[in-house]
Design a protein around this ligand. Structure first.
Ligand SMILES: Cc1cc2nc3c(=O)[nH]c(=O)nc-3n(C[C@H](O)[C@H](O)[C@H](O)COP(=O)(O)OP(=O)(O)OC[C@H]3O[C@@H](n4cnc5c(N)ncnc54)[C@H](O)[C@@H]3O)c2cc1C
Length: 509
């Protein structure tokens, strides 16, 4: 319909039509200037903005697949000289190369070249500046897949997952299978013995891995100590080997990289640094979006590294935790504990997760365990469990902050009730709420009017550049029609109430 309308109406009329309808509802405007009235209007009602410059390349599925296959394999893998074979989950698969398909409410970036990543970084920088100009407590959303070659994210994710799996394997040997991540602690003497027996490292080498401080009096190593051995910048992981889950043979954690690939990794980290520095300079907080599970361990880990550096005084960088994942609780508790231990300020956004259909289909087709909770109810329970853990932390730690990014009324009610019970006051701005622009205003605006810090995720950008994303929103909205029907019903009720009371225009309290 959009295509036909554009053809018959011509570009100008088409833009007008879009602004009066679909685009006007979900997108704030074309540029930093034109979004100002909407931002001001929302702010008057106590509703802030998470700016998201919403351009998306209009690629065909074939083009997207091609770009994905090109950018997710290393030179060593292409020429067959790679030393180890990646797990299926962390390989690019043509059938799932178009990461846009089945994705709810998220923009997708495909890697073209380094210059394109620089231009994405410039866009994020402009977004940070725009957010800094309109308020002193704004957020902007960034996606790490926009900032570098996804191959690095895939490979680093695999390394982190294998390393964590190895930890759990040794925990099982020490009779600790099935414990929650933060409760699992390896006896260092037994660990030294197993690692030496496997021929991975000598006893003396392992002694060098951990300081006396880490080991403390208990002489144990937990998952955080273990994880600290892998560092994206020191490349220690290059020297590490782990036993393969399939063959039991030792294999290197990382495959061989060319000089250019090493440079690509470094540039991605540098771009993240540039953004964080700019955000610190203008007082805008950065929310790093969570993406697909084959990228997410790396995204989350790189975000933690930024948090360590930039969340010293207050949380400037927010990590995102997807509660539809089976290991969400472990991830959240590890994040909180790391912040406690290293004395930086925890900042997180909790979401259910936007890639459900794609994740499930990929796991089933390629043949690995579905990473998503088995049911919607299990995801809800996981969300509330994670949220509860974080809220408890907020009670004791006034510098920690969380954003409850959800349209779910039960979740909002749950948060409000727990905030009251834990005496977390809205005015302290420790708990934020987040909804997408054009959705669930019946949640955002009353919260804003009642003094709770609440934010709309605000996409903006030229009509034609936002259109690919918008047309996917149109498809996705069919699954959200239940919510839309409820909103329409509420709007009618409100209209009738206003007509009855002769109070047609609502002014902010
Ligand atoms: C401000 C904001 C920021 C966001 N940022 C991100 C982000 O960085 N990364 C990201 O992935 N998403 C993000 N999202 C999207 C979010 O993850 C959800 O997709 C979306 O908000 C819908 O979930 P809900 O909590 O609003 O409510 P609901 O509509 O109650 O929940 C729907 C969600 O429940 C889960 N679910 C549904 N059915 C099942 C099932 N059968 N089994 C298991 N789980 C199921 C899915 O996650 C689905 O999206 C963001 C959303 C907002 C509002």
């Amino acid at each position: 319909m959009l295509y036909v309308a554009r053809k018959f109406l011509g570009q100008r009329l088409f833009n007008k039509l879009m602004k009066m309808t679909f685009y006007g509802h979900f997108v704030a405007g074309e540029d930093q200037e034109s979004i100002q009235p909407l931002l001001r209007h929302n702010r008057a009602f106590g509703v802030g903005a998470i700016l998201d410059y919403g351009v998306e390349e209009d690629l065909s599925p074939e083009e997207a697949e091609h770009k994905e296959m090109e950018s997710c394999t290393s030179a060593a893998e292409r020429d067959g000289s790679g030393t180890n074979k990646r797990d299926k989950q962390y390989q690019a698969h043509r059938a799932f190369g178009d990461r846009r398909s089945g994705v709810i409410s998220a923009r997708t970036y495909f890697y073209a070249n380094e210059a394109k990543c620089d231009s994405h970084m410039e866009t994020f920088l402009r977004c940070i500046e725009a957010s800094g100009r309109v308020s002193d407590d704004g957020f902007i959303a960034i996606k790490l897949t926009a900032l570098g070659r996804p191959q690095f994210l895939l490979q680093f994710s695999e390394v982190l997952t294998k390393w964590r799996r190895f930890f759990h394997q040794m925990a099982a040997e020490q009779g600790q299978a099935g414990l929650a991540a933060m409760d699992t602690k390896l006896e260092v003497a037994a660990l030294q013995e197993s690692v030496a027996k496997m021929g991975i490292a000598s006893r003396a080498e392992i002694e060098d891995w951990f300081t006396a401080e880490t080991l403390g009096v208990s002489g144990t190593v937990d998952l955080l100590d273990w994880g600290s051995l892998i560092d994206s910048r020191t490349k220690l992981s290059k020297h590490l080997v782990v036993p393969s889950a399939q063959t039991g043979q030792l294999e290197p954690l990382l495959s061989r990289f060319t000089e250019e690939e090493e440079l690509q990794m470094t540039r991605m980290l540098q771009r993240m640094d540039v953004l964080a520095k700019k955000a610190a300079e203008v007082g805008v907080r950065l929310m790093v979006d969570a993406e697909q599970t084959y990228f997410q361990p790396a995204i989350s880990r790189l975000t933690l590294e930024m948090q360590r550096k930039f969340n010293v005084e207050k949380p400037l960088i927010f990590n995102t935790y997807q509660c539809y994942l089976k290991d969400a609780y472990d991830n959240v508790t590890l994040g909180v504990e790391l912040a406690r231990r290293e004395c930086w300020c925890f900042g997180a956004k909790l979401v259910r997760g936007a890639y459900l259909a794609q994740e499930r289909a990929r796991a089933a087709e390629i043949g690995y365990e579905d990473p998503i909770n088995p049911t919607y109810e299990a995801t809800n329970a996981m969300y509330h469990r994670c949220l509860d853990y974080v809220l408890e932390e907020l009670k004791h730690n006034t510098k920690a902050k969380v954003m409850v990014a959800s349209h779910n009324e039960d979740t909002v009610r749950f948060t409000l009730r727990r905030m009251e019970e834990l005496c977390l006051h809205p005015a302290d701005h420790q708990v934020y709420f987040g909804q997408l622009l054009g959705m669930c205003d019946q949640i955002s605006f009353p919260l804003g009017q009642a003094g709770y810090p609440v934010y709309k995720y605000v996409p903006y950008g030229p009509v034609m550049e936002v259109l690919p994303y918008l047309s996917r929103r149109a498809l996705e909205n069919s699954s959200l029609m239940k919510g839309a029907r409820r909103e329409r019903q509420l709007l009618w009720l409100e209209l009738l109430r206003r007509l009855r009371t002769g109070n047609l225009f609502r002014r902010p309290a």
